[in-house]
Design a protein around this ligand. Structure first.
Ligand code: E4P
Length: 209
């Protein structure tokens, strides 16, 4: 995957589908809460309107309840649902059982190279570092940590899927750090293809029509 939409809005999902180059959708509990609807209902709608993978984050309080929640979400659309789980040792152990059972999993809120390495060991399909939050919370070394994650999972079945972007500069810096997959809000996706000087060039050419 390359570019993903970070949103739980069905309208955004439809727009992403129309764009044609958006390959997945990531959601999180905040984005789901913004819809005002139950998470699994939102997930059902997203997989209906969007062709690619849709990531759904578990929120239940115990491992047993999160495992049930994972199966409920997966069964909505087994070929498209990716289970997203905040990274803790307990959740890595849970994912080590979900993956062999056939559920694609993504370890999210990954802040350290060690967590990314362990996520690859349990065969998570994705590790998700939060770039903007890392920059705010860790500071200068944030991008080096992301680079280390890329090196640590290279050659495994795990891909780094960077998230939490607030600007296109952050997106491009992260891609240049070697990250293959990037998830961002619709406004950043839409801004990516435009430039004021491109627009000016279009207007210049239009004078000859
Ligand atoms: C994506 O999966 C993450 O949940 C999301 O990008 C976090 O973004 P935020 O830092 O804007 O909450």
């Amino acid at each position: 995957m390359g570019i993903l939409l970070d949103s739980a809005s069905v309208e955004d999902a439809r727009r992403a589908q129309e764009l044609g180059f958006v390959e997945g959708i990531t959601t999180n509990p905040r984005l789901i809460a913004e819809t005002g609807r139950p998470g699994l209902d939102v997930l059902s709608d997203l997989v209906e309107v969007f062709d690619g993978d849709v990531f759904f984050q578990l929120t239940a309080n115990t491992v047993e309840a999160r495992t049930d929640e994972a199966w409920q979400a997966y069964e909505i659309r087994p070929d498209k649902v990716v289970i997203k789980v905040p990274t803790t040792t307990e959740n890595l152990a849970m994912v080590s059982k979900l993956v062999p059972a056939g559920i694609q999993c993504a370890m999210t809120a990954v802040y350290s190279p060690a967590q990314a390495y362990l996520a690859a060991q349990v065969r998570a399909a994705f590790v998700i570092p939060y770039v903007n939050r890392m920059k705010r919370q860790i500071g200068e070394g944030a991008m080096d940590i992301v680079r280390d994650m890329v090196r640590l999972v290279a050659g495994s079945q795990t891909q780094v899927l960077a998230a939490s972007f607030k600007s296109l500069d952050e997106v491009i810096e992260t891609r240049l750090a070697g990250v293959d997959c990037l998830t961002m809000p619709l406004d950043l996706i839409l801004a990516m293809g435009n430039h004021e000087l491109s627009q000016q060039a279009i207007e210049d050419f239009a004078r000859y029509l």
